[in-house]
Write a protein that binds this ligand. Structure first.
Ligand SMILES: [Zn+2]
Length: 161
């Protein structure tokens, strides 16, 4: 089941999908294999459906933990580019200068760079970020259970990446 935005939401049973299609709340994007026959009608078995409305996902953003930030930055200091497993968190715009504790303002920094930057902005410290920080790209993880991987090949093109 895809959101209106084509983002995969979940895997549901055919008997949940058919009423959604029947009531015009979803459209079928991929036909499955075969038909379901009832006394009154026959329905194509849907394999991929897209909702006609937006489902708000409660946890679209990942929790911002130290590990998630290190992960996002591939365990690399965002100033000198050195890979390390002994990183610290750095507020790009320092908290005492109004910097927020957000994905956009927190980066991984090695101890040396963190000391050098101290309570300054990168500009004040004459340092440069390797890249603009933001929420992790893979904040949306939808994995196809292993048992469907070889059988539901028509699902693949709807998955991110
Ligand atoms: Zn560094």
């Amino acid at each position: 089941m895809l959101n209106q935005s084509y983002e995969p939401l979940n895997i549901c049973r055919v008997r949940r999908a058919i009423p959604l299609l029947d009531q015009g709340k979803a459209e079928m994007l991929e036909n499955g294999r075969g038909f379901i026959h009832t006394v009154r009608a026959s329905f194509a078995i849907p394999s991929v459906i897209r909702l006609d409305y937006v489902v708000r996902r409660p946890r679209q953003r990942q929790r911002m933990t130290r590990l998630e930030i290190f992960n996002r930055d591939s365990y690399t200091c965002q100033y000198c580019g050195q890979e390390s497993n002994q990183l610290t968190l750095d507020h790009v715009s320092p908290r005492h200068q109004g910097g927020q504790h957000t994905w956009e303002n927190v980066v991984s920094a090695c101890a040396r760079c963190n000391r050098r930057k101290a309570g300054h902005t990168p500009k004040q410290a004459g340092m440069k970020l390797k890249r603009l920080p933001g929420p992790p790209k893979d904040s949306y993880n939808f994995n196809i259970p292993h048992k469907y991987r070889s059988t539901k090949t028509e699902w693949r093109k709807y998955l991110p990446g």
